[in-house]
Ligand binder design. Sequence first.
Ligand code: ARG
Ligand code: ZN
Length: 485
Amino acid sequence: MHRSVATDKLFRMVRKLALALALVASTSVVLAGTPANAWSPPGTPGATGAGDPYYPLDGNGGYDVKHYDLALKYAPATDVLAGAVTIRATATQRLSAFNLDLDGLTIRSITVDGRSAKWSRAGTELTVTPRASLSKGHTFDTRIVYDGVPKVIHDPYLGDGGAFTTDDGVIILGEPDVAQAWYPSNDHPSDKASFSIALTVPKDLQAISNGVPDGRRTSKGWTTWRWEQREPMATYLAMAAIGKFDVKSYEKNGIRFVDAIDPALPPETYARVAKSFAREPEMLRFLSGYFGPYPFRASGGIVDADGEWDYALENQSRPIYTPQDFANQEDGDSVVVHELTHQWYGDSVAVQNWRDIWLNEGFATYAEWLWSEHEGLGTVQQNFDRLYATPATASLWKAKVADPGAPNLFISAVYNRGAMTLQALRLNVGDKKFFSILRTWAQSQRNGNGSTEEFTALAERISGKDLSALFTTWLYTPSKPANPA
Ligand code: ARG
Ligand code: ZN
């Protein structure tokens, strides 16, 4: 919210008075014999991290982002991304300075509430010092003008994320902390916000992003594509897909579907992608039968023929897939079900900390098993049994699923043993209670976050059972549990 001019004046008067009082106070301190400090504005700097044990520098403290407005122009000839992000946030403490996360790129200017601010950078931490401190509860707009070629962040354990140039554009995606490779942000899932994303590209290209399309305008050979993601979104789930796509946009069951398929795909792959995407409304209906209403007003999917990343990602309302995900029809359908399930578990209910990742991947894998059963391709129990048959020495049994360690966020045990944990829970509490737990989890944490502790507490509350032994065994003990069947 903006203060009126009159309130602003009053604020300045009060601040002057406070300054005068502070000077008097510091003078008396000097008289008392303590060394005088150089005057610094009241308030303290926000923390440099959100407190994630795996990624201590991800996110920041002292404020809560409400909205990101991204207005970026992409030039394929140079791969330069240039523009501005405006971040509306509310101070949760009196702030003398605050941090944003940004990896690479060149900052041209920063303003806070329209007045130029000082800033400095150290590694991925950007420190912004406004002219005057920001009082607790004050909602302020930080506008950062910047440009550069966004990088690919290479992670030896997790794989690559960031901006992948393609034959005709760029795809920007990644997990867990690559938002900072393309826009300054409070880059941790615990601080979700709504997004407006405007991408300006040469007029022969498409620019797809999250949420509902909000029109496009062409002028002097460039087209600006506007996207609105109103429901709160974790920073890593924002994406940009720029290139030549066949775009299909339609509304069904009150949801805006936008699918973008690269016409350069081999025809057989293209056909399989189109067939899987055509089933998205049916898949959402199937999944909402278990999890409750679909949480967003938009959906869809994106496949580019090119690109060097090797995973599908659950970008909010519009996942991105690789051509390899569609090597055959069943696997293609299954990965689409997986990423659509993340819309409930992962996106709408985001992890509180990254160690909670099984709440995303275990649930999405479990949904693949539900779909497999529905399609007559093998029951949930058969999927469980196939994995349970793995020898006790296998890596599946060596992981601590609910605290796998940062390098192991995406190891297969997080997916498979995570899903097995849910089946062990189902066998213990029965179908009715089990599906009530899944549904209540999605609904009670909707548009928010959730931790493993909150999930296990919910499961105990709904089942009326002490489940500590079950969860300790399946989530925290690095050995093969007894067969619950
Ligand atoms: N969350 C993605 C999925 O749906 C996987 C992301 C893998 N990320 C990575 N950096 N390797 O399974
Ligand atoms: Zn997943």
